[in-house]
Design a protein around this ligand. Sequence first.
Ligand code: LLP
Length: 428
Amino acid sequence: MSEDFTALPGFSRRDGELFCEDLNLRKLADQFGTPLYVYSREALKTALESWLRGISGTKHRVFYAMKANSNLALLKFFRDAGIGFDIVSPGELKRALMVGAKGEDIVYSGVGKSREDIRTALRAGIGCFNVESIPELDRINEVALQEKLLAPISVRVNPDVDAKTHPYISTGLKNNKFGVAYDQTVALYRHAASLPGVQISGIDMHIGSQITELEPFVHAADKIFDIVEQLAQHGITLDHLDFGGGLGVRYTDETPPSAETLVKAVSQKASERGFADLPIYFEPGRSLVARAGVLLTTVEYLKPTQAKNFMIVDAAMNDMVRPTLYQAQMPLVNCTEREQSQQWDVVGPVCETGDFLARSIELAAQPGDVLAMTGAGAYGMSMASNYNSRGRAAEVLVSGSRAWLIRRRETIEELTALENTVPNEAFM
Ligand code: LLP
């Protein structure tokens, strides 16, 4: 299951050593310690360029779904490249504003927006709320009226299309919590049209994540255009269509279409259906960052047992939860070339059987070696936790022969800083 390391943009093997651009990964591990996330700026650029090629010459727009990786340095990179952001919380809104994004360059997704969330976004001049239910629509209207503002909205439609991905990251089936049931959409728009606090702006969908085929996207687009036609019959016109994120990446042997191919296929469908002029928004997360990052971890112990060989490393499920949460297969490569591989379960120090980075993989490594998990740029650090009172990893951004520490390692003092003890006398 190991993808060829040298096939990753921004990464290479030189004289047997692994490099991120012009920096030796093992040396970065020595310098900054492990577990360590390392990102290649060159790789971010490569991923972004595919999207930009797709939309060039059109009115389409890209909004980076920052839940995939919300480090400010990465956000700044995307902001400077001129793309917008897809957010799901006031925390993410704050991050977007911190790197200089304007409200109008931000779309707000998510099923559970509180009144306060809505108010904060309205005051920031949010570009569009992607609405997921009738009560949410009514709430947005109410808060907008209180604020004396007009809330731009899209309705997120659940097109009931199988994205053929892991059930936990499939979102466009009718038994998922997301979006408005397909056959209720038109009624919801008609209701929206009657509300004085909202302004109908677009229509939205997002069918899942790590989708590796074109067909579900094109099929879902077709179904959305059916609705756009019906809306027009009711005199409701839209200024954009939001296509969501979901484009998959190659972790091991997947062969997803390129972003450029996806954008062109969707644009083609739009033209066929007579909507060539309608701007399409895309909300990619993973496809912009996954392959730009590696997670470096040091081998602590080798523990062969009668049943299995365990390789115990210093990164754990709190640093990278994807293998245990989604059975994700993410390649691990030794930064030092060694002979005689064996089969190992690569596990972390956390006290759970589910704490593994990889199971039954062939690897040759010794204690002290540094392993690189590839494809770790998306949903790695952003899903990290402090479980077992472990401080979260540090993050480094590399460009050419320079490395910037873009997030330092958390200290134990920081982990406990928000807590208070209660003296026993207080209970008496
Ligand atoms: N837009 C919406 C409304 C979303 O819910 C998501 C992701 C995206 C865009 C970005 O999707 P992407 O392009 O990254 O596939 N933690 C999981 C993935 C969860 C995706 C959640 N929503 C994983 O590690 O596989």
